[in-house]
Design a binder for this molecule. Sequence first.
Ligand code: UD1
Length: 426
Amino acid sequence: MDRIRLRGGRPLEGSISIGGAKNAALPLMAASLLTGDTLTLSNVPHLADIATMAHLLQQHGVDVSMDGGNGTPEGRTIHLNAARIESTLAPYDIVRKMRASVLVLGPLLARFGEAEVSLPGGCAIGTRPVDLHIMGLKALGAEINVENGYIKAKAPKGLKGGVVRFPMVSVGATENLLMAATLAEGTTVLENAAREPEITDLAYCLVAMGAMIDGIGSEHLTIHGKKSLHGAQHRIVPDRIETGTFAAAVAICGGKVELLGTRLNLIESVVDKLREAGCDVEETARGISIGRNGSRLKGVDFLTQPYPGFPTDMQAQVMAAMSVAEGASMITESIFENRFMHVPEMARMGANIVVHGASALVRGVPKLTGAPVMATDLRASVSLVLAGLAAEGETVVNRVYHLDRGYERLEEKLAACGAQIERLKD
Ligand code: UD1
């Protein structure tokens, strides 16, 4: 298994291009199941999770072709055609690799009146049930049983519009319901819907496919169902978590980097905290510039929340920055119950962090020291890379396959800005 070796202590200088958002690409790919015409997506990142979704769709019978390679500035373009679906079953072997596979449930059920999708099961950051997806689809008239580890859903006469009030904000459940409602008979109202930029991106693509959706970008979505949707072309929104991750890297290392092809308004909550901690962040004609010169970072407190709050997917990376800040930082995780697995690994590098329930108290130390580390999920893994950039001496991050699920050419992008980082191939 590949590893990443790095030595900390160098400022970052230069520019980094930001790819399309993985978490937008996955539901957008699933949306191709809603039509028999071709859906063309551009600015698709080259990542392991995208390959897993392509594989899942192919086994349903979707024709998937890709242009553009790894590292092209425009990302990849994917053409998806679901004219001939052979199976509405999403098997355990694929779903267990990636929870977002559950996003095929809504589109398959809406267009074909049936779907059988393996339960995704637990994952490193918590139990992560799918009860809200099931509750919502039942409100649109689906009959759903969970048997033998599978969600077995039927709507022989098609889905019917209904009102779904989510008791808690769920990105995936909002996406499944939004997609399903586009082909339901009548009007569907989603209340307390998630409004992450990836959901807005999905909604705009669905509109380009002929869907009628009001309230895009808000927590109250109204969908007027159509008999069928058609093909469309859509460019995927920039990845705000990749953007925030590199911004956190500059916060840690100092220097100045321009992040190309992204937008500040996608990560305002993170930018607010980085500014409070002493970084300069500006919008530029090509993206965002972030810098920190001279003075040490200052500890700041934050709480993870649904968008537009501080994203849980940035918690570990900003914690890495806070571990070397002056003063203390109180970090509270309100989305997932078990998302501090990076803490013991950071502690092995010399960080001073105490966890009490859903909060972590980080007392900044002047420096970390390099160590061999590993993590069990994507964002925790990248936070250890960032901690390594702040550490004296050598850090080796094991289990790099987690990084490859969500970061395209991470080590190349950082090395191009002066970081001492390389991938060790096995
Ligand atoms: C998505 C993102 C993930 C991000 C998360 C929160 C993708 C592919 N993944 O995950 O990177 O960390 O949003 O921003 O976009 N919940 C239930 N029942 C459900 C569904 C969710 O209790 O049926 C709970 C979850 O356990 C969690 C919370 O709701 O505690 C939020 O989860 P959700 O927003 O659904 O996350 P995902 O869509 O899985």
